[in-house]
Write a protein that binds this ligand. Structure first.
Ligand code: GDP
Ligand code: MG
Length: 180
């Protein structure tokens, strides 16, 4: 099987501060998790090369540098994205409620040619905190939200326990590749 042209896919990860965006990226790219909480300083993106079928793909995953608190991510952050990953904390209703602002902010700043068909992916992180107990954000509420926005794919993850992180990002890569 031959490897076709290399693709560079820009993936941006947004959502409220503290939901685990940086942790998800570190777990996926570096297989590392830290309990330390510090707003990422200065970091733009991390890259990871993966193979999807017969294609070598470089994921360029853009993480915020703490500016999400002020909703002040510049246009350069959003521009040219191939997929937008929205992250919330399944234990924190507020972080789910603000997603509509993030969704709208992305469409405004990135200004994709076809806003209706632009690929978003939703991640509900920190599922390890409430294993076996009911969630602060009911699954039906999440499913309805996704359905009303053109069936956004939804993944539940734990960056801490490395649960479903690889699977979610592989799906994100496939979705971005299909859009490219
Ligand atoms: P960000 O502001 O969205 O980038 O969030 P961080 O990645 O900095 O994570 C915020 C805090 O949540 C840190 O203390 C992390 O250790 C913690 N955290 C991140 N992901 C998880 C997770 O899946 N489970 C648990 N229990 N804690 C997590
Ligand atoms: Mg961060």
């Amino acid at each position: 099987m031959s490897i076709r042209k290399r693709s560079l896919l820009k993936i941006i990860v947004i959502g409220d501060s503290g939901v685990g965006k940086t942790s998800l990226m570190n777990q996926y790219v570096h297989k590392k998790f830290t309990h330390q909480y510090k707003a990422t300083i200065g970091a733009d993106f991390s890259t990871k090369e993966i193979q999807i079928d017969d294609k070598l793909v470089t994921l360029q995953i853009w993480d915020t540098a703490g500016q999400e608190r002020f909703h002040s991510l510049g246009a350069a952050f959003y521009r040219g994205a191939d997929c937008c990953v929205l992250v919330f904390d399944v234990n924190l209703l507020r972080s789910f409620e603000t997603l509509q602002n993030w969704h709208a902010e992305f469409l405004k700043q990135a200004d994709p040619v076809n806003p209706e068909s632009f690929p978003f992916v939703l991640i509900g992180n920190k599922v390890d905190v409430n294993y076996g107990r009911s969630q602060a954000v009911p699954e039906m509420t999440v499913k309805d939200w996704c359905a009303s926005r053109g069936n956004i794919p939804y993944y539940e993850t734990s960056a801490k326990e490395d649960y479903n992180v690889d699977h979610a990002f592989t799906s994100i890569a496939r979705i971005a590749l299909a859009y490219e």
